[in-house]
Design a protein around this ligand. Sequence first.
Ligand code: FAD
Length: 377
Amino acid sequence: MKCDSGAIVVGAGIVGAACAEALARRGLSVRLLDARSGGATAAGMGHLVTLDDNDAELALTRDSIVRWRAWAPAMDEGCAFRGNGTLWLAASDEEWALAENKGARLAALGEAVDLLDARALAGVEPALRTGLLGALRLREDAIVYPPNVVRWLLRRHPGQISERHAEVVEIDGRGVTLAGGERLAADVVVLANGIEAATLCPELPIVPKKGHLAITDRYPGVLTHTVTELGYLGSVHNSEGPSLAFNAQPRPTGQLLIGTSRQFGSRDRDVDGGILARMLEHAAGFLPVLRELNIVRCWTGLRAASPDSLPLIGRHPDRDGLWLAVGHEGLGVTAAPTTAELLVGAIFGEPAVIDPQPYAPERFLGRSGAREGAEDA
Ligand SMILES: Cc1cc2nc3c(=O)[nH]c(=O)nc-3n(C[C@H](O)[C@H](O)[C@H](O)COP(=O)(O)OP(=O)(O)OC[C@H]3O[C@@H](n4cnc5c(N)ncnc54)[C@H](O)[C@@H]3O)c2cc1C
């Protein structure tokens, strides 16, 4: 492709930063614009997790984790990458059967998984409650500190990515208009502004899913793996009332990051004391020592959800020159590397790294630009 005025990326969260890095790696100069309106990247858990609810989710997360592991040796300590794996906890016979099935499916694909019975689980994570039937361990899963990964990505190609604090108020395939009226032109325009995607492109079916998180004081050694309940899988795509799922992550600081909740459609960022209390009580049901630990901070974040919970990655079908990398819901940190390769590979006409069809914006946007499938949301 021929590029005279380079690229503009709107949104400097993990997805925008990964896209900017991938564009710069291919030689483009990139202007990265961010309104600093409080994105999900600074609010999430940074769990790099292989999920297999459907083939598209599995392909995206597996390919991404391979890319994260390739990045890891070059990352600085601030990125806080730890390849500590995930334990999916089985609390019932049904969940144990789920663990076995999931394990067999992933093992057949070559994933590094193992089943731990109750005794083996107690051996590796003695702080968990007794009575669990066991766990499925995914050894390749990891954790990072996403805001520092953003900074690391943007430093990788010195002089090629310029960052600017600016709010975009209009966008098309030839450029953007900033609040205040300034017009910036580009050959390639990438929209990666998370929950605000529909503010600039109202035809995009992106809605918020609010989540609560809490972090403890420093208690090194309570957990080594990220631990999460198999019941989590049922809550992830819930589109009705608030749902809770236990997820606890040992941070390199010795703190425990505890999640999480999902509230569909809520845009306010206030901590809801009732939901937070229920979330922590639910977590203590798996990790009883939590009742004795100090929680030092609680906050919320908004996941940007599409109707089928898969991101929109690719060319906007009706706005020539505009490319979309939005709608990553609760997996945007995990999926950022492959999102960037898919999107930027398509911009440059390269062969796709995985089948791009499940993420194609056309599944919601017809040729006319009419919004399709949004009523499911
Ligand atoms: C509670 C919670 C827990 C999560 N846990 C995990 C996890 O463990 N693992 C995982 O993979 N994912 C997780 N996620 C999801 C993940 O955080 C998001 O999918 C990801 O951060 C989205 O990144 P993004 O770059 O698309 O968007 P964002 O990080 O939201 O960035 C968008 C940026 O666009 C900017 N912007 C918005 N509008 C404009 C505008 N008009 N002009 C200029 N700039 C604009 C904003 O300022 C913002 O910086 C979690 C999310 C939440 C809320």
